[in-house]
Ligand binder design. Structure first.
Ligand code: ZN
Length: 295
């Protein structure tokens, strides 16, 4: 499980199971994301040391805890710099903002576990001095506010979470997304990007543009399926809680605090997008919010 897998002349990845990238220049190592916690980070560091590599920087694709949870350990042990896209860097520095923003208030204890709350690390924005010049950041927002992919000089594009896996979309139905409009625009942009190899964080490596396009199409269809389900349920005016219950029923999901927060946040983002695009609207009656589909 803890083996570096080569995907380019100087580029490897490590599956833990979130994929972590490694770009090597001489004895200097740059990581793309850092895994979920200190135990993963400890193994990462040991394996870098075994290869005679010195960690100089971590470049985070976005702030989610399963991508940044190893930052603090690695930064404390090696003094490496941490870089993250500007809005994501705010959360990497103050990770409580992740459950706060997903929940929309002071998060209960059930949302303060390591899947949602990383240890803080001292992240710098990508335009800070000393950002590893070899890496090319490519903005692909949507899954999160400022999600960014990184392309290495040997033709490997680390995609972070800018696409979900086919399995996640088919089995789970409503993968986390912060902004549907920018997510769709990023899928369009993604199809124009060139690389020899594409590494999404949560699914298999894609070795051709055709494979990438097929996964992009699955992601686009997934958005349509969720949007159509919301519009169908809202044909009769419905409160947010009743909408969420109906969606959970339709997609076979099981409600708990984490799902309530993560899927609830995503559905609120869909509602904003559907309102902006004129498909649904909100109204208040008897001090209740109702969403309804426009004819
Ligand atoms: Zn994510």
């Amino acid at each position: 499980m803890y083996e570096w897998i080569p995907v380019g002349e100087h580029t490897l990845y490590f599956d833990n199971p979130v994929k972590i990238g490694l770009f090597c220049a001489g004895d200097e190592a740059v990581l793309i994301d850092s895994g979920i916690d200190a135990s993963v980070a400890r193994k990462l560091l040991r394996s870098l040391e075994a290869r005679g590599l010195r960690l100089t920087a971590i470049c985070n694709t976005h702030s989610h805890a399963d991508h940044t949870g190893g930052n603090a350990f690695l930064q404390a042990r090696t003094g490496c710099r941490v870089f993250a896209p500007r809005d994501e860097a705010e959360i990497v520095r103050r990770p409580i903002l992740e459950p706060v923003t997903v929940y929309g208030g002071n998060p209960p204890a059930a949302l303060r576990h390591k899947m949602l709350l990383a240890q803080p690390s001292d992240a710098l924005p990508l335009d800070a001095p000393d950002f590893p010049a070899a890496l090319e950041p490519l903005a692909l927002p949507g899954h999160s506010m400022d999600m960014t992919a990184y392309r290495t000089p040997d033709g490997v594009l680390f995609l972070g979470d800018c696409v979900s896996s086919r399995q996640t979309i088919e089995k789970y139905g409503i993968p986390f997304c912060y902004d549907i409009a920018t997510f769709l625009a990023s899928l369009d942009r993604l199809e124009t990007l060139e690389a020899d190899c594409f590494v999404p964080s949560h699914t298999e490596v894609l070795s051709s543009v055709d494979e990438l396009r097929a996964l992009v199409a699955v992601n686009r269809d997934g958005v349509t399926r969720v949007a159509d389900a919301i519009c169908d349920i809202c044909r009769a005016p419905v409160t947010p809680d009743d909408l969420l219950a109906a969606l959970f029923e339709r997609f076979g999901l099981q409600m708990n605090f984490e799902q309530y927060a993560m899927v609830g946040s995503t559905v609120r983002s869909y509602l904003t997008w559907l309102q902006e695009t004129g498909r649904i609207d909100a109204e208040f009656r008897d001090n209740r919010l109702f969403w309804r589909t426009l004819a």
